[in-house]
Design a binder for this molecule. Structure first.
Ligand code: PEP
Length: 256
């Protein structure tokens, strides 16, 4: 059975105190459910203490929002995967559309980051998704498949099995516009088929594919009930326990 995940991406929000308060509240108020996981992608300043708070549960994990691909060196302002590993980080977002857009991260660079993360046993949550222009032109499926091919499909089967994918249409991120449940299901199915073509049905069936883009309490259940949608990567609604907890509760606990 695939793991169902509610992942929060705080982006560049929350000062130190506010962040730790939110982690504590999520840890205390979220209920562990079979086959589900909660992941909080916090800014770097929170990671170590957030990990210590989350350690008191088995169902809440902490992720970094980015990493550098090199082991170390003269990269002022950057953080390596080895550094993240040294404080116990287990997950990292790679290829969020904001990193692709504002920091010009290419598919090729993201492939290097994915490999760096796997080399330290940190699980990449690999983000992909198309712009509104591409969606309107009707080649979004080809575009997303190409992102997967360029950044992930060089991995060995063993390594690919460790990847979590987050499909996030750029037109739905932070805009309040959500892909309909049908639109999400349609492309998640295509993603799973592309994985099956490359790595076979068993690996495809076991790969967790999250949906991201204006997920909120009102739409989470419908989105998460789609056959190929295994939970969500949530931005704005993950910044408050009152909006993130119902999203966590919307995760299905049984379907495979
Ligand atoms: C995100 O940041 O990955 C995201 C999906 O944001 P939002 O939920 O605010 O659209």
């Amino acid at each position: 059975m695939r793991l169902k995940i509610a992942a929060g991406n705080w982006k560049m929000n929350k000062d130190y105190q506010e962040g730790l308060e939110l982690v504590s509240e999520i840890v205390q108020k979220s209920k562990p459910a079979t086959g589900t996981l909660v992941i909080l992608a916090t800014p770097y300043i929170h990671l170590k203490d957030a990990i210590n708070i989350a350690k008191t549960t088995s169902h809440v994990k902490i992720a970094a929002q980015n990493c550098h691909q090199a082991k170390n060196g003269a990269y002022t302002g950057e953080t390596s995967i080895g550094m993240l590993s040294s404080i116990g980080v287990e997950y990292v977002l790679i290829g969020h559309s904001e990193r692709r857009q504002y920091f010009r991260e290419s598919n090729e660079l993201l492939a290097e980051k994915v490999k760096a993360a796997l080399s330290e046993n940190i699980t990449p949550i690999f983000c992909c998704g198309e712009s509104l222009e591409i969606r309107n032109e009707g080649w979004h499926v080809r575009y997303v498949k190409n992102q997967l091919k360029k950044s992930l499909f060089d991995l060995s089967e063993e390594d690919f099995k460790k990847i979590i994918i987050a499909y996030e249409p750029i037109w739905a991120i932070g805009t309040g516009v959500t892909a309909s449940a049908q639109q999400a299901q349609e492309i998640h199915k295509e993603i799973r088929e592309a994985i099956a073509e490359k790595y076979g049905n068993i690996i495809a069936e076991n790969t967790t594919v999250l949906y991201g883009g204006s997920v909120k309490p009102a739409n989470a259940e419908e989105l998460f009930s789609q056959k190929d949608v295994d939970g969500g990567l949530v931005g704005g609604a993950s910044l408050k326990a009152e909006t993130f907890l119902p999203i966590i509760e919307a995760l299905p606990t049984t379907h495979s």
